[in-house]
Design a protein around this ligand. Structure first.
Ligand code: PAF
Length: 278
């Protein structure tokens, strides 16, 4: 694996590659990222992973500063997955000038995560587009764990005619159901033992909807209550349509239930796709 930190060397290394699969990350890699690398390895002759903690997408500087940076162990994990190139640019290389052009995402960027993180998806879409322009991948992989991000990047690729196939990787979970995330590191031992509750309430909604329940409002309310009664601060538990992320409707087949809630100081997000028969 080659570790590349500057744009000129990146271009020189990639110019003869005809099938590049790209996985953007902020590092602190876990089995979720590695599962994307495994899919990428099967699909492309050259696998590129980026590690870049994107300051733009943090609303608070203290969150940006405390984001775990584990470059040494990340690189070892990527070598084991036979990744060809690890691109870890310096901030000054990616942003030689103040970033004043942004990708304006569709309105569904303002709901769910977008309601709680101002301009978050604008800033994610912008950095991802910058990476696409630098790497020119044929394939790019994103995890379903960040469901809204996946949908926004897919819409960007479609609407801006980018010649890139987006592949979605399944969420990887611990044995008790907790979705893998870099943020899990912030949980205390006690919080960790309770953290799986978010997955459990989403799973209960999935089971109820797949068995025919159409009373989405009361399912959502009940899940919120369960979490609140156990000390969580809930941002949202909401059923939406998978592709458009429009609110769920009883006559629509492919749904997803998404949740975000805070346990102590740690904000966790998760989601489950739901398949209903009309
Ligand atoms: O999902 C992430 O880790 C980030 O949002 C991404 C896609 C690497 C952009 O910074």
């Amino acid at each position: 694996m080659e570790i590349i930190t500057d744009i000129l060397s990146l271009h020189a290394r990639l110019k003869k590659e005809s099938c590049i699969a790209f996985i953007p990350t902020m590092g602190n890699l876990h089995a979720g990222h590695l599962s994307l690398a495994k899919i990428a390895r099967k699909k492309a002759s050259c696998v590129v992973v980026s590690i870049f903690v994107n300051r733009l997408q943090f609303s608070e500087i203290k969150d940006f500063n405390k984001y775990p940076r584990t470059f040494e162990s990340d690189s070892k994990l990527l070598i084991n997955e036979n990744v060809n190139v690890l691109f870890a640019p310096h901030e000054s290389d990616l942003f030689p000038l103040k970033q004043e052009f942004f990708v304006e995402p569709p309105l569904f960027a303002n709901i769910l995560e977008g309601e709680f993180r101002h301009n978050f998806f604008r800033n994610v879409a912008t950095i991802v587009l910058k990476f696409f322009n630098l790497i020119h991948p044929q394939i790019a992989l994103f995890g379903k764990k960040d469901y809204q991000q996946l949908k926004i990047i897919s819409a960007m690729v479609q609407q801006l005619n980018l010649p890139i196939e987006i592949i979605a990787g399944e969420t990887i979970r611990t044995q008790d159901g907790l979705a893998l995330s870099s943020r899990n590191l912030y949980l205390s031992t006690d919080e960790r033992s309770k953290a799986t509750r978010l997955y459990q309430v989403l799973l209960e909604i999935k089971i109820q909807v797949e068995s025919g329940s159409k009373d989405f409002q009361s399912l959502q309310n009940k899940a919120r209550e369960i979490l609140k009664n156990r000390g969580w601060e809930v941002d949202y538990i909401a059923l939406h349509q998978r592709n458009t992320l429009a609110p769920a409707q009883a006559n629509v087949q492919d749904l997803v239930v998404l949740g975000a809630a805070r346990l102590g100081n740690t904000r966790l997000i998760d989601n489950l796709e739901i398949s209903t028969k009309i």
